[in-house]
Design a protein. Structure first.
Length: 139
């Protein structure tokens, strides 16, 4: 009966449907000296798990405190990004103001040039007025 039960448990074990208690039963069976001959091939598998469970790592692991560089790196990235946005906006505004100043300067120089032409024409008109006054005063 026990052998039949072990074979069923092995089948369930390889289908990955056993419980922890059933696996413990299998480990206990295969750690004995009297294992059925047709099941001896599985004996090293379960004996390995029993031995591996008892293994311990005894060497001391030196633990160094980790430095959190990511925190400082993110702070530096935010600082660089903020400075870039601030100075980029300042330079953009300055370039925009310079562009507006140059365009205004061009427009005013064009206006001054046209006013100069108008003043020249006014000189002719002034001479015409003086001549007209002379003619009217003589009559």
């Amino acid at each position: 009966m026990e052998l039949d039960n072990i074979e069923k448990l092995l089948e369930k074990y390889f289908e990955a449907t056993t419980t922890v208690a059933e696996e413990e039963t299998l480990r206990a069976y295969f750690s004995q000296e009297s294992v059925a001959t047709h099941l001896k091939q599985y004996s090293p598998l379960f004996q390995y798990f029993s031995k591996a469970k008892e293994e311990r790592y005894t060497k001391q692991v030196p633990l160094k405190p980790r430095k959190n560089y990511y925190k400082w790196l993110s702070i530096a990235a935010v600082a660089v990004l903020s400075a870039g946005i601030y100075y980029g906006k300042t330079i953009h505004d300055r370039n925009e103001a310079t562009y507006a100043y140059n365009e205004t300067k061009k427009a005013l120089s064009l206006l001054a040039e046209n006013f100069g032409k108008g003043t020249e024409k006014m000189a002719y008109l002034n001479e015409f007025e003086e001549t007209k006054q002379k003619i009217y005063n003589e009559n």
